[in-house]
Design a protein around this ligand. Structure first.
Ligand code: DAH
Length: 333
């Protein structure tokens, strides 16, 4: 055995040992890669040793070649095992740091919901939309003309006492009902008319369990040729059926200045007759005020209080509750 041969063998063995030790202490994948390059890279230590094989006796070369392969494979195995171990440790560390406590209570986000009065309005408008009506609106501050005069209610008319009015210093007023929208709409549109007008109205009422100074109404108006009281009844009954279900409904003769004949409508609900709306055939004087020919057109109108409906439907005992902000109450609808 030549000294060169022994020398190379010793170098390879040393390399194998050194690599094994260094790889064993590598703490990161980056460090491991450095070691791979340093031992097995093109210009690495193993290549260097093999580079000197040229000086060997050709007879000795296979032996060194075999040993070199063995060392190379050993280093590769060391590297591979260490890589696997480091990757596993990395995953373990991540799992540790990103642990999710699935039993932790979540962040509570209260869900908003539609206010019972708006819900009521939406339902009613939906029903009328299904019957072919479109929505119209008008101002809350009105003139005497739209709120009373054009609705066949002149200044000395006793019906004005039915609705205590808030008058404004400039002579205008806060509308006492949504019937004013009838006039505003008819002034601008020719028949046929099919509208519903939801909105806020104002009365100088003493506030108690069933009265508010500000409340909501929905107005209904249909005008055309040949509309009769039967059409009114059918429309109102269908609306009430969709609202309350199959409950007894009765029409009572009543009086409103802007309708003739007029009726009030009651539904039997939880064993009691409850008044839910007013209605009637549009008075010819109302048509005259907006320039419709009363000989040619007939129509019907109705108006109802949204709060009243909500109270009947949901059995709310005090109207003031629906204006409060008590979520325990509002959440129930
Ligand atoms: N405007 C009436 C009120 O506030 C309700 C009403 C009755 C409206 C009869 C109408 C109607 O359109 O035909 O008491």
């Amino acid at each position: 055995m030549t000294t060169q041969l022994m020398d190379l063998e010793a170098q390879l063995e040393t390399l194998r040992q050194e690599a094994q030790d260094e790889i064993a202490t590598a703490g990161t994948l980056e460090r491991l890669e450095e070691l791979r390059v340093s031992y097995l890279g093109k210009k690495g230590q193993l290549s260097k040793i093999l580079g000197s094989m040229g000086k060997l006796d050709p007879a000795d070369r296979p032996r060194i070649g075999a040993l070199a392969n063995e060392v190379k494979e050993a280093i590769q195995t060391n590297l591979e095992e260490k890589r696997t171990a480091l990757q596993a440790a990395q995953i373990q560390a991540r799992l540790q740091s990103e642990t999710l406590d699935v039993t932790m209570p979540g962040v509570y986000r209260p869900q908003g919901r539609v206010h019972p009065l708006n819900g009521m309005i939406d339902r009613a408008l939906d029903i009328f939309a299904g019957l072919g009506y479109t929505v119209a609106t008008g101002p809350e501050m009105e003139t005497d003309y739209y709120n009373f005069e054009a609705l066949n209610t002149p200044p000395d008319h006793p019906a004005r006492d039915m609705q205590d009015t808030f008058y404004l210093p400039d002579g205008n007023l806060l509308r006492t009902h949504t019937s004013s929208v009838q006039i505003r709409y008819m002034e601008k549109h020719k028949p046929p008319v099919r509208i519903v007008a939801p909105g806020r109205v104002y009365r100088r009422d003493t506030v108690d369990a069933t009265h508010a100074a500000v409340f909501h109404q929905i107005e209904l108006l249909a005008v055309g040729e040949g509309l009769t009281f039967n059409d009114l009844k059918g429309t109102i009954k269908e609306f009430l059926r969709q609202m309350f279900g199959e409950v007894p409904v009765r029409f009572r003769a009543s009086y409103f200045p802007f309708t003739e004949p007029s009726a009030e409508v009651d539904v039997q609900w939880k064993g009691k007759w409850l008044e839910v709306l007013g209605c009637g055939m549009v008075d010819p004087n109302v048509f005259k005020a907006v320039g419709y020919d009363p000989e040619k057109y007939t129509g019907f109108a109705a108006g109802f209080g949204v709060e009243r409906f909500a109270m009947v439907l949901h059995q709310i005992d005090d109207i003031r509750r629906v204006y409060g902000s008590d979520l325990r109450f509002l959440k129930q609808f």
